[in-house]
Design a protein around this ligand. Sequence first.
Ligand SMILES: [Zn+2]
Length: 234
Amino acid sequence: MIILFMNKIFLVDYNCFIYRRLFMKHIYRCRVCGKFVEVSMHCGIHADLFLDSAKRIRLSKLLSGLLRHYPWEIGVNVNRNGWVDIDDLVHGIKTRWRNKELYQWVTKEHIIAIAELDPKGRFEIKGNLIRARYGHSIDVRINYEIYYPDTLYHGTSIDKLKSILRDGLKPMKRCFVHATTSIENALETGRRHGKPVVLRIDVDCLKKHNIPVYKATKDIYLIPYVPRECIVYD
Ligand SMILES: [Zn+2]
């Protein structure tokens, strides 16, 4: 595996990193305060198991897919800012999704619990509406704050390295290039696509090119395009 860090390329043993797998905890509901929590004790007593880890991962993936890429598969309306009515979403999943028989247990509260506790801030809720916070391939307008962090990383796979260093980073099927302040997150992303490579993005270079950097969550940033000269490489 190649890691690009501090202007240098490091070749490191593929197995020397402990990767975070896609793992999600069970969700419990506290019998006292009513909150959704990831611990089995809350407010001093045992909380009720509300959604087990396997179902949570499955529904979370489906929500990401529907809200980012294919809402029409279940006939829900997405407004221009990406919002979808949660009741419509539940109804659509249970009546129109191709594997709907796997999701007959889904309620509005399951969706709210998943959104509230998502470890990467994938979802945002406002009243009875939900949207994906980032990652869309469908055209939506979300008013992100422009913010240039000190360091940004982009995770990809080794087979894409050559074209990236030639052409820069392009959004491909999505609306933005995704970058992160967390090298671990970048590694995890790269790993999903093959042998991972972590590239460092020169944030000052983006500023000089007047390319905006949008803050989507506390550690995920979106960039329209990263020219090759803003990718650090010796
Ligand atoms: Zn509680």
